[in-house]
Every structure is written in C-alpha cells, then in structure tokens.
Design a protein around this ligand. Structure first.
Ligand SMILES: Cc1ncc(COP(=O)(O)O)c(C=O)c1O
Length: 442
C-alpha cells in the first residue's frame, strides 16, 4: 500500500485541463499524416521564436564551449553539486529579470534560489511559507497546475478570490475581503495571496491599482504575496508590465521596511525563452530566512549544472537577448491578433489582452444552459467532433461558465489557420442548428 499522500486525490491531475492533453496524445494533428487529428490549443508553450535559439546554438557550438582559460570546464560541471547554483548563471538570470522589466527594478543574484522550473519554485515557496491546512488566496480564473503544486505536498488549502467578466476579471478589494472572510469561516489561517502576473489564463497584466491593493492588503493582514511572473517576457502590447517589485519599490523605497520580507517573485525561462524542457526556474525574495530555507529545499529539484552553464552563455549574449526579446514580442502580438480576428469573424469575442500565449475566449452564447455541465458538453464537442483541445474555464476555477483558454503560440501559423477554420465551421453548423430549432419551436 502506498502512502496516504500519493493515494489522496489532491494532485489535481484529474482535471479536464490534463485529460484534454491525453486525448490529444492519442490522436495528434499532423498536416500530412493526420490532418483530421486533434489540434493542441491547451498547451501554453512558446515555439514562435524557437529557431532563433536554434541558430544561436548552431552559431556557437563550434566555439570551444567546454574550454576555458587554464583548462577544460567539463570536470568542473560534472562534479559541481552546490545547491546554491553556478554564480555566473545566477548573475545572468538576475540581469535578465531586470532587462525583461525594462530595467525599472534591479535584481540581486544573492536573493535568488534556483529551482527546476516555476512548478518547483511555487511548491517550495508555499512549503516554506505555510503549514499544512493553512490557506492561500488565489484570484480566479487561475492556472490549473496550482492545485497540484500547492495542495499535494505542501497540503495547503486554496481559497479563490472571485473575479468576474463585469470588470474584466480585475481583482477588487471586496473580492479580497470576501475570500479572507470565507477562509476565516472555514477556520483556515490565511498565509499568502498568490497572483500570476501576467495572468494565465487571462493574458492580461495587473494594473498598478490592483498591485497597490494587494500590497495594502498584505500590509494590513500581515500575509505574504507570491507573484508568479513567468509570463513577464510575453507582454506584447500596452499597458506595459508592472512587476510587484516595481510597485513595492515605488511605495516602500526602503528595503528594510517589513513588507519587503512578505513579497516573493517566481520566475522561469519556460515561457519567456520557450524552454520548458530545461526546467529553469527561480524564487526571488528579500526575505533572507526564506532564501536560506528554500535553498536547502532546492536540493529536491536542482537544475543540472550543464543547463545552467549553457543558459549563462545565452543570457550573457546581450545583443542576442535584445534581438530575441524584441522579435519574440512582435511574433506574439501578430499571432494573438491572428487568433482574435479569426474568432471575431465567427462572432466570438476574447477578453482584451496584452500578454501571454493564450486568449480567454467567451463562448457563453453556445452554452445550452448557464451551467458548468453545459460548458463540459461544449468542451467535449469541440474536442471530439471538431478536433480542438482547448481548456474549459472550469478547469481554471472560473466562476462563470462558458469561458475557454485557447493557446496560440505552440503551433505553426498554418496549423492555427486550420484551427480557426474548424472554429468557423463549428459555429456555422451550430448557428444553422439553432435556427432550425427556433423554426421548429415557432
Ligand atoms: C502560471 C504558471 N506558473 C507555473 C507554470 C509552470 O512552469 P514551469 O514549466 O516553469 O514549471 C506554468 C505553466 O504553464 C504557469 O502557467
């Protein structure tokens, strides 16, 4: 018999978010070999600028990577096992974090803890901040993986901060207070708020007003803020991105102020550089006690020294990073526009967005009723009848049925074209059916 921990169902993997991936794996679309297969629009992966990275590697692989002054670095990398990470990599990562934030804030490599992706960063942070059974407040809709990352091993409870389409899903004071009260009613001690900025699945970044609201709430209630900023390098349109660290610095320039010990940033190269396979993430915090604890814990999910070494070389190439960032944002902007205008032609609206690898799409008019059962019915039809795997809002804990997250950066332009065409056909068929039903009822 396995442990209670692995037998319990708090791994969050029974969600339609993950089952959609499984269905895609069984029947993946291929323009030549399987043109009627399922198109994966449920995966927030950024492949739009991948060839730029490939060319960098091609250009640089001839240059004796493993030879450094005075000898070969292979031995050094192979034997390296310091869980603080390679100092040159941490320096480059801290610098990259500043560059992505347009140098409005500076990051100090001593305040970084390296982790195997943001998944590990979020889990480690919450493990360090909260006891089993304590509560973390998260605005809805949110990234489905948080249920696995926060509930499973850290064993905390997630209490949603409800956000709705009435104000474009903005975080409000009443929403925060309601969530806090709800936790108290359940006799749960609230330890932190976790926000994703820019948001997955909304594709929008937090306003200064929202950030200040979160900071004030954290000060008043003495709780932590975890800001998952793994999409900070995907802000392709205005308004510009504001990191929690920038908002905090504007209000509390003195880093000795206690609030600096309550705010922690999560970052990763999975989205901004499109390298999820390298498993490169980090926690950034001004809280030395937390940094010490998380560094010890990071031995459960270290980044291999070889990956750190390669990425330190890429990040150190400032001209390349500048070119990549500019080009990547432009490609994301064009791609998002392609999806939004394609959907618009079928009468489908998206939440106005400025970031991310996805759109938050309003399909409420296609629901048979205003329920999550009807949303699942629609999701099933899209998946099995029209070969489109998108993520239903319910898997992101949306409180309004009928919203879907649709990814646009993990496929070729041509595949997105096919996907948009399938959506058009789908809407045409549904509208014809609806007209027939109306006629029959008259
Ligand atoms: C908000 C958010 N946090 C964390 C992750 C996990 O990222 P990583 O690949 O760095 O573990 C994702 C992945 O989609 C995400 O959307």
């Amino acid at each position: 018999m396995l442990s209670r921990k692995v037998r319990c169902n708090s791994d969050g993997q029974d969600s339609s978010y993950f089952t959609g991936w499984q269905e895609y794996e069984k029947n993946p679309f291929d323009p030549v070999h399987n043109p009627s297969g399922i198109i994966q629009m449920g995966l927030a992966e950024n492949q739009l600028s991948f060839e730029l990275l490939e060319s960098w590697v091609k250009r640089n692989q001839g240059t004796d990577w493993f030879n450094k002054q005075g000898g070969c670095i292979f031995r050094e990398l192979a034997l390296f096992q310091d869980y603080h990470g390679l100092p040159e990599f941490k320096k480059e990562l801290a610098n990259y974090m500043s560059v992505i934030r347009e140098n409005k804030v500076e990051f100090d490599s001593k305040k970084l803890v390296l982790t195997a992706g943001s998944t590990s960063a979020n889990e480690t942070l919450i493990f360090c901040l909260a006891e089993r059974g304590e509560a973390i407040l998260i605005p809805t809709p949110y990234y489905p993986g948080f249920d696995r990352d926060l509930k499973w091993r850290p064993e905390v409870e997630v209490v949603p901060i409800h956000c709705s389409s009435s104000n474009k899903f903005a975080i409000t004071k009443s929403g925060l207070e309601e969530a806090f009260k709800k936790a108290e009613k359940q006799e749960l001690r609230v330890k932190a708020m976790l926000v994703t900025n820019p948001s997955n699945p909304l594709g929008t970044s937090l306003s200064l007003e929202e950030l200040n609201l979160l900071i004030t709430f954290a000060v008043d209630r003495g709780i932590h803020i975890v800001s998952d900023e793994i999409y900070s390098g995907t802000v392709f349109d205005s308004p510009p991105f504001i990191s929690i660290t920038e908002a905090l610095h504007n209000r509390f320039p003195d880093h000795n102020s206690p609030i600096w010990r309550q705010v922690h940033v999560v970052t990763s190269l999975s989205k901004d550089l499109g390298l999820p396979g390298f498993r490169i993430g980090a926690i950034y915090s001004d809280n030395q006690e937390l940094i010490d604890a998380a560094t010890k814990m990071s031995s459960f999910g270290l980044i291999s020294s070889q990956s750190q070494f390669l990425l330190s070389r890429i990040l150190a190439d400032k001209a390349f990073i500048q070119h990549y960032t500019k080009e990547n944002l432009e490609r994301l902007r064009i791609r998002q526009g392609m999806l939004v205008s394609g959907l618009k032609k079928s009468g489908i609206q998206c939440l106005e967005s400025n970031a991310g690898l996805f759109c938050w799409v309003d399909m409420r008019r296609f629901l048979a009723s205003d329920t999550f059962e009807a949303e699942m019915e629609l999701w099933n039809k899209m998946l099995f009848e029209f070969g489109l795997n998108v993520s239903p809002g319910s898997s992101c804990h949306s409180v309004e049925p009928g919203w879907f997250r649709v990814c646009f950066a993990n496929m070729s332009r041509e595949t997105l074209h096919v996907a948009v065409q399938r959506i058009r056909d789908m809407v045409r068929i549904w509208d014809i059916k609806a007209d027939i039903e109306i006629d029959n009822n008259c």
